[in-house]
Structures are given as structure tokens and as C-alpha cells.
Design a protein around this ligand. Structure first.
Ligand SMILES: Cc1cc2nc3c(=O)[nH]c(=O)nc-3n(C[C@H](O)[C@H](O)[C@H](O)COP(=O)(O)O)c2cc1C
Length: 241
């Protein structure tokens, strides 16, 4: 094989390798770019196309058994944001300046019990499973909740299990935002039971069905963040080869 032939034959792989290398760099750049942005440029708004991409990443996020125990509220009304801000020590500057504010709501117990109407709705109407699969999957799910994870010992454990899952769309939306050059701040700095009441009064959401677990402010930074601090990889990853 001539040098020319060898070069031509290896070209696709080189392309693929360099494409992969570029992608890796873009991904890690996005993770370095993302930081907990405290104050956003109030003059800069996220385009509807970018926002649609971010929320789609949230919608497509994985959940246990595919049951999506969440809802997202988009809070754009300034008065609403100001009222919520009164009971949020961790989000005041973010709510006042962000282009978009989302609140992650968990579907709580008993709405996520194996025998709830919602779980049946998910299996039959959303996942469109045939009756025999609904029965089998429902059986696995019951064992999972009753025994494997012991989730039915209290409403709190069941709601906590569902709550954990809501952090997956949160993380995915922050990563997608960062890939699009959009800043974000995840926020748990609020008084949860006061927000529960307020959100019911202000938005009509039934707080026996859904509770707020996080807020996500999105927009564009005003100033550059400080240096990122993280533990070294050796402290985080333990290998067993
Ligand atoms: C679940 C969660 C809740 C957080 N709550 C707040 C908050 O209420 N207010 C805030 O300014 N930052 C909040 N943060 C941001 C963290 O303080 C920040 O991510 C952490 O210090 C690491 O810094 P970095 O994100 O800039 O790399 C929260 C982060 C997470 C993951």
C-alpha cells in the first residue's frame, strides 16, 4: 500500500478521532464554564430556541422505572419572583436578575406509590404498555418500593426517593445551558414549607400533590466567577480493577 493510500484510508479514523477530541474538549469546557452564577445581566434574555432545548433536556431526563415524578414551573412574573424571594435566602439576586427561573416540583407520596392512579396512568397512557406488561412491571415496582428499597415505611421516604430523581433534570438542564453558553444557578436556599403554601396560593398548584425541591435560575453572567475548587480525582474515584 502506498503512503498516499495509507493516508487516505486512515483519514476517516483521524477525522473521527479529532472530532471526538473536539467533543471531549467542548464538554469539559462547558463543565468549567458552568458555575453557580449569583447575579445575571438583566438586559440579556435567553432565546426561545435555547430555552426550548434546555427544557427538552429536562423533559427527556431519566427516572426510576420511567415514571417522571416531577413537574417544572416557569416563573417569569416579576411580582411572583419577588414574593418567592422573600422566603429565599439563597436566590434573591438570582430571582431579581435571571432571564428565566424554573422551580422543580416533586410528585410526592402517596402519588408515587405503586398502586396510585398516576403510576397506572404512566404505564398505560404514557408508556402504552399492554395489560400483561403493566401487571408484571407493576409487580416489580411494588416489590422495589415495599422490599428492595423499603420506601413505604413512611411518606417521607417515598417522597425523598422521588425527590432524588428531580435532580437529574436539574443537572441535565444546567449542562445543556452551559453547552449553549448560558449561565445558571441551582437553588435550594428557600424555606420549603413556606414556598409550598405560597406556590399553592400564587399558582394554584395543589401542594398535597407537588412540593418545591429546587429552583434553577438561568441567564447570562455579569462578572467572571472565581477559580473552581474541587477535590482531586484520587479522592473521588476509587478503582477496583
Ligand atoms: C442542590 C444545590 C443547591 C444549591 N443551592 C444554592 C443556593 O440556594 N444559592 C446559591 O447561590 N447557590 C446554591 N448552590 C450552588 C453551590 O453553592 C455551588 O454549586 C457550589 O458551591 C460549587 O460551585 P460551582 O457550582 O460554582 O462550581 C446549590 C447547588 C446545588 C447543587
Amino acid at each position: 500500500m502506498s503512503t498516499h493510500e495509507a493516508a487516505t484510508q486512515s483519514a476517516p479514523n483521524n477525522h473521527a478521532d479529532s472530532g471526538q477530541q473536539t467533543l471531549r474538549q467542548q464538554i469539559l469546557q462547558a463543565f468549567h464554564f458552568r458555575h453557580a452564577c449569583k447575579t445575571f445581566d438583566p438586559a440579556r434574555k435567553i432565546s426561545s430556541e435555547d430555552f426550548a432545548t434546555i427544557i427538552e433536556a429536562g423533559r427527556l431526563s431519566p427516572s426510576s422505572f420511567g415514571f417522571e415524578p416531577w413537574q417544572f414551573l416557569l416563573i417569569q412574573n416579576p411580582q411572583l419572583r419577588a414574593q418567592l424571594s422573600e422566603n429565599s435566602w439563597g436566590g434573591k439576586r438570582q430571582f431579581a436578575s435571571a432571564s428565566h427561573v424554573l422551580i422543580g416540583m416533586v410528585r410526592c407520596a402517596p402519588g408515587v406509590r405503586h398502586d396510585s392512579d398516576y403510576i397506572r396512568h404512566m404505564m398505560t397512557e404514557v408508556q402504552q404498555l399492554p395489560a400483561e406488561v403493566v401487571s408484571a412491571k407493576g409487580g416489580f415496582f411494588r416489590t422495589f418500593q415495599e422490599q428492595d428499597f423499603n420506601l413505604l415505611e413512611s411518606e417521607r421516604s417515598l417522597t425523598d426517593w422521588a425527590t432524588h430523581q428531580t435532580y437529574l433534570p436539574l443537572a441535565n438542564m444546567m449542562t445543556v445551558a452551559a453547552l449553549l453558553g448560558i449561565d445558571s444557578c441551582p437553588i435550594e436556599g428557600f424555606v420549603q414549607n413556606v414556598w409550598e403554601q405560597q406556590l399553592q396560593e400564587l399558582t394554584g398548584i395543589d401542594n398535597t400533590l407537588f412540593k418545591p425541591v429546587w429552583a434553577l435560575a438561568l441567564g447570562y453572567r455579569l462578572t467572571e466567577p472565581g477559580e473552581k475548587t474541587r477535590r482531586p480525582l484520587g479522592d473521588v474515584l476509587h478503582r477496583f480493577d
